[in-house]
Design a protein around this ligand. Structure first.
Ligand code: NDP
Length: 315
């Protein structure tokens, strides 16, 4: 049978390119889990994805109700779940003030981390039940969360501190909107959320890999300087960023190429190792990359997990 893969945020950028790459193999049915139904349908059509190879299902990660509703709808569809890709993200580098999810949580961490945390916890049982030979849960990471790299050292640097803000619910009322309890910084909130993504992947691995056989992985797909992720940046940045990445840092990767990379993590028989953060070298060959000290801190991973469980209503 065809594999079933859910990809969040498949309406543009990396998610769409991955959906296309997988659908084209004829071996996958892609569930495009998107907040804007019409945009996703149009994106699938203009990417030339054939109707039999995808289904759009509504998911707004910035609302726990919507996440639960999505899971219920998916279960009702009767499809098995073989691979889940947590890809969607928001990035608000120029925001002066925080914005909030439906549950009153700072938007970047609320969407990128907590929405995906709830989604993957609720779908774990479905993955356990699937008889697919290589089941995988993939959470897209980022180099910007890695302070052991050049790009990860561009200020403001990611830092979760003692997580007092996260423990307080990131609501800006009786707690800070930043995980470390500091004052709001949109660029840093994104980086912090990506650290949470990478810590969550490793905590999943420690808790569930042996028991379930599921492969848990994260990746840095390269700098896809042309995606919508930078839509909220100032125009001059948007103009100069792609050539800068192409010619100066040489980290630039096209949307097509990044989609092929993520598709490898979904289905390549050689990428089955669990607990790994994949990257690609200049010749586009995959390798197991090292995470920064914070992004691989075992006690922080457990703490993020435990606080997140409470915030999403699982504990
Ligand atoms: P895009 O902005 O093109 O794609 C982000 C996707 O997330 C969109 O489909 C968007 O939906 C969706 N999304 C945002 N908020 C929500 C929400 N509340 N509910 C459901 N979906 C939502 O960016 P990229 O393709 O670049 O980003 C994809 C992933 O790649 C992210 O995890 C990002 O951190 C990561 N990444 C990107 C890099 C880059 O250089 N671009 C580098 C490293 C990692 P909509 O279409 O409706 O806006």
């Amino acid at each position: 049978r065809k594999g079933t893969v859910i990809i969040t945020g498949a309406s543009s950028g990396l998610g769409l390119a991955t959906a296309k790459a997988l659908a084209e193999t004829g071996k996958w049915h892609v569930i495009m889990a998107c907040r804007d139904f019409l945009k996703a349908e149009r994106a699938a059509k203009s990417a030339g994805i054939s109707k039999d190879n995808y289904t759009v299902m509504h998911l707004d990660l910035a609302s726990f109700d919507s996440v639960r509703q999505f899971v219920a709808n998916f279960k009702q569809s009767g499809r098995p779940l073989d691979v889940l890709v947590c890809n969607a993200a928001v990035y608000q580098p120029t925001a002066q003030e925080p914005t909030f999810t439906a549950d009153g949580i700072e938007l970047s961490v609320g969407t990128n981390h907590l929405g995906h945390f709830l989604l993957s916890r609720l779908l774990l049982d479905d993955m356990k039940q699937s008889d697919y030979p290589s089941k995988r849960l993939i959470i897209v990471g980022s180099i910007t969360g890695n302070t052991n790299t050049l790009a990860g050292n561009v200020p403001p640097k990611a830092n979760l501190g003692d997580m007092r803000g996260l423990a307080g619910g990131l609501n800006g009322l009786n707690s800070s909107t930043m995980i470390d309890g500091d004052k709001f910084d949109g660029a840093k909130a994104y980086k912090d959320s990506k650290i949470c993504n990478m810590l969550t992947m490793q905590e999943f691995h420690r808790r569930y890999h042996e028991e379930t056989g599921i492969t848990f992985a994260s990746l840095y797909p390269g700098c896809i300087a042309t995606t919508g992720l930078f839509r909220e940046h100032i125009p001059l940045f948007r103009l100069l960023f792609p050539p800068f990445q192409k010619f100066i840092t040489k980290g630039y990767v096209s949307e097509d190429e990044s989609g092929k990379r993520l598709a490898q993590v979904v289905s390549d028989p050689s990428l089955t190792k669990s607990g790994v953060y994949w990257s690609w070298n200049k010749d586009s060959a995959s390798f197991e990359n090292q995470l920064s000290a914070e992004a691989s801190d075992v006690s922080k991973a457990r703490k993020v997990w435990e606080i997140s469980e409470k915030l999403v209503g699982l504990a």
